[in-house]
Design a protein around this ligand. Structure first.
Ligand code: NCD
Length: 310
């Protein structure tokens, strides 16, 4: 049975810790210009049925640094636009001799479904509103670097929690590692089943931010929203924007995160998005190293904790 990267929810804490530590070690090697020791040049398919900038480019860069080959494949330029099913697409890619598939899809559960047909590793690059595990692993590396630890922190996840796979993967990861997770947003954008998610709910921004070490903002996902869920964008920003005034409720050392793409002036003001507390560019860069760590973890399962430098 090959390893899969489908969801943080089903990952062991030890695997999460290993992946974050190994990403840090790979980052140090890449930044020092050291060659990366990959055992073999594997061939990976990058299958994006939804748009992506950061996730797709960082998987490509991860493959480049590891000396892997990748094949790009997007929903619109493929036979899917002729009506081919996801099952038949995955079975076709299997016979095209791809060794792993990185997949983004609009339906929650699509990665799990693909894993059933592919008979090899699937890496979930975001499935609907379900999970985005490599984003959460990269965010964990960013928190570790910026705050020096990855447990005992107060994390406020702010905004459109309902539609966010980033919120779900991060809440599972950060709660498994012993942090306090808070979901902050309007009633209409907080899932009604939060009892199944690991975190407390706050409808008031300043209360939710109080003493937070990490303020993780989420994009308003208008493409997934039914009409009427949000009365207006300006009302959302008036009540939930993290800006130079509202950030004062968080701890003075707090970092501000956003997975991108950012709606400037909606989730964050310019001063906060571009200021010293912002960790957004670290999140982008760490996306590369954590994806290298995930690919190595999949293809070299015996490359265990001993490879991680102290
Ligand atoms: C996120 C995604 O696609 O889930 N972006 C990303 O991967 N960096 C968040 C979003 O689209 O809002």
């Amino acid at each position: 049975m090959s390893r899969q990267m489908l969801a943080i929810r089903h990952l062991e804490k030890t695997d999460i810790e290993f992946l974050v530590a190994n990403a840090a070690s790979l980052k140090a090697d890449v930044l020092a210009g050291k060659p990366i020791d990959a055992k073999r040049a594997h061939t990976v398919g990058l299958l994006f049925f939804e748009n992506s900038t950061r996730t797709r480019v960082s998987f490509e860069q991860a493959c480049n640094y590891l000396g892997y080959r990748f094949v790009n494949f997007s929903g619109s330029g493929s036979s899917l636009s002729k009506g081919e099913s996801l099952k038949d697409t995955i079975l076709t890619l299997k016979h095209e001799r791809l060794e792993a598939v990185v997949m983004r899809h609009k339906s929650s559960g699509a990665a799990q479904l693909a894993a059933g047909y592919f008979d090899g590793p699937i890496i979930n690059a975001g499935d609907g509103q379900h999970e985005h595990p490599t984003q959460a692993l990269g965010d964990a590396l960013t928190i570790q670097e910026r705050l020096g630890k990855l447990s005992g922190l107060k994390i406020a996840i702010v905004g459109d929690v309902l539609h966010s796979r980033v919120a779900r993967s991060n809440s599972w990861l950060l709660s498994k590692l012993g942090n306090e997770v808070r979901f902050v947003g309007p009633r209409s954008l907080i899932p009604s089943f939060t009892s199944k998610l690991p975190g407390d709910v706050y409808y008031n921004l300043r209360e939710g931010l109080l003493g937070a070490d990490v303020v993780m903002c989420l994009r308003l996902q208008r493409e997934r929203m039914d009409d009427g869920r949000l009365s207006s964008i300006s009302e959302f920003s008036r009540l939930y924007q993290v800006n130079r005034s509202t950030i004062k409720s968080a701890a003075p050392h707090a970092i501000v995160m956003h997975p991108g793409p950012l709606n400037r002036g909606v989730e964050l003001d310019d001063a906060t998005a571009d200021g010293p507390q912002s960790a957004i560019s670290d999140q982008v860069q760490n996306g590369i190293f954590v994806r290298m760590a995930v690919l190595k973890w999949i293809f070299e399962p015996t490359a265990a904790a001993s490879e991680v430098k102290a």
